[in-house]
Design a protein around this ligand. Structure first.
Ligand code: NAP
Length: 473
């Protein structure tokens, strides 16, 4: 795949471009042309026209085109993964896993496209028929983050395209190459060029145009709660439908009766994927007093097996952090916890490789007054809190404005139900640290967002329900 075949991707710097860097080596990979305001307005107008034609073709035909897109992604899995590792830093095996995960949304929604159904309701009167039909919302916009440069895009464009919407995606400035690669493959698959367009530029400028547009009827955003709240406000004037996948602060609870080895595997999977830079990463690990010391020992052993390095190298499973700010936040959380009495068991500082590499870090005796209890660390820091009773840990787990993902390990089936129902989160992993897939609804409550992505519910987010009242008199 030749990324430089895309008109917005350049080898040499010109004015008004975004520099794309490899966080593992600081090498400049490409320059991206910022989308000019007027060009963006034209893209929106063209999408408006193209959407109507796209919505008019049979859902079966849209599904066939999406399936071609799916197979093209699989065919190009290795190069897409390499592009992702180079611009984002995650290990190549994780990048390949993300491409398969990202492609699974295309396949899933291609299949869902043919199952859109309205209802017929019992009428209140003789000579009347009451029905609903579902129709695509129209032109949509998406703003996506850098931590999953492909999957956060396909999770939005797949339901949009399947339902007959057009969609304009503003990708993260740190990882635009994966977005443009998807656009190239979508065109090759037969998706009309104005129906799915990637744009870039200063986030405030681009989002002002997208949020202020009367043509765009929906915005789907994945990113921080802070930016989500700003976009929520910006969309108020045009009363857009919104999906918001925002920040998390996931509790990971291990009870005395848990299978210790499985709990360790769960923590490793949930905490250290993408070097701790996922919204569903375990952020606070609560361990019951009876198993506490043993778990700390076993977790440290498992963490010693992590290999930090350039994601393109063999055996590496911890890449660099995305940038210096990310590294500073991890340092700040560690320093704050140590100052307030936490104990350092492993790691704790910048990795000897330099740059934005950081040592996987284990802290114990962490308390609720520490920063790490309140904020998403978004890095390879595992903080262990001790608890005694079920009531106590439920209160601790819910003591946050976030509500994205939570996890717990226990073999007691009654407790499993009590916890599952008491945790104020959109998603709960029970005896597992991995919960995301295309079949299940992804999304949060409270400050973690609005709406659900993936699953049968994901398509609804891109459709309007219309009620028809037919008089037969
Ligand atoms: P971010 O700073 O909120 O950025 C996300 C996107 O918003 C990027 O495209 C960014 O553009 C854009 N943006 C930034 N400031 C903006 C502004 N003032 N107006 C309009 N757009 C703006 O988040 P991030 O650092 O990329 O991602 C990490 C966050 O995403 C974490 O909080 C994580 O929990 C959350 N996340 C949530 C989910 C979920 O499904 N709930 C999934 C993944 C990540 P630029 O790149 O150009 O700045």
């Amino acid at each position: 795949m030749d990324l430089f075949a895309h008109k917005d991707i350049l080898k040499n710097k010109i004015e008004n471009t975004i520099e794309v860097k490899n966080p593992a080596t600081q090498e400049i990979l490409a320059y991206i042309k910022k989308t000019d305001k007027d060009v963006l307005a034209e893209i929106i107008n063209k999408a408006d026209k193209a959407q109507k034609e796209w919505a008019n073709i049979l859902s079966e035909e849209r599904a066939d085109i999406l399936m071609r897109f799916y197979y093209l992604m699989l065919e190009h899995k290795d190069i897409l993964a390499e592009i992702m590792t180079k611009e984002q830093g995650k290990p190549i095996s994780e990048a390949q896993g993300e491409i398969i995960y990202a492609a699974s949304f295309i396949k899933w929604f291609a299949q869902q496209a043919r199952h859109v159904c309205g209802d017929i309701m019992e009428s209140k009167m003789q000579g009347q028929r009451l029905m609903t039909i579902k129709q695509p919302i129209g032109v949509c916009a998406a703003i996506t983050p850098w931590n999953f440069p492909s999957a956060m895009i396909t999770r939005k464009i797949a339901p949009a395209l399947a339902s007959g919407c057009a969609i304009i995606v503003k990708s993260a400035s740190l990882t635009p190459l994966s977005a443009y690669a998807l656009e190239l493959l979508a065109k090759e698959a037969g998706i009309p060029k104005d129906v799915f367009v990637v744009v870039n530029g200063d986030s405030n400028v681009v989002s002002d145009v997208l949020c202020g547009s009367e043509i765009i009827r929906k915005l789907s955003f994945t990113g921080s709660t802070e930016v989500g709240a700003q976009l929520y406000a910006k969309c108020a004037k045009t009363i857009k439908k919104l999906s918001m996948e925002l920040g998390g602060n996931a509790p990971f609870i291990v009870f005395d009766d848990a299978n210790l080895q499985e709990a360790i595997e769960g923590i490793m999977a949930s905490k250290f994927r993408n070097s701790g830079q996922t919204c569903v990463c375990a952020n606070r690990i609560y361990v019951q007093s009876g198993i506490y010391s043993k778990l700390c020992v076993e977790l440290e052993k498992a963490m010693r097996g992590l290999k930090v390095g350039n994601g393109l190298e063999n055996g590496v499973n911890q890449g660099p952090l995305i940038n210096q700010n990310a590294l500073e936040k991890v340092k700040e959380h560690i320093a704050d916890a140590l100052k307030k009495g936490a104990k350092l068991l492993y790691g704790g500082k910048e990795h000897r490789l330099g740059g934005t590499y950081f040592e996987p870090t284990l802290l114990c005796d962490v308390e609720s007054n520490m920063l790490v209890a309140k904020e998403e660390t978004f890095g390879p820091l595992a903080p262990i809190f001790k608890f005694n009773t079920e009531e106590e840990v439920i209160a601790m787990a819910n003591d946050t404005e976030f509500g994205l993902a939570a996890y717990f390990f226990t073999q007691d089936y009654k407790r499993q139900w009590r916890l599952a129902e008491s945790l104020e989160y959109g998603m709960v992993g029970i005896n597992t640290g991995l919960i995301s897939n295309e079949v299940a609804p992804f999304g949060g409550v409270k400050h973690s967002g609005l709406g659900r992505e993936g699953s049968k519910y994901g398509l609804e987010e891109y459709m309007e329900l219309k009620y028809l009242c037919l008089s037969l008199k």
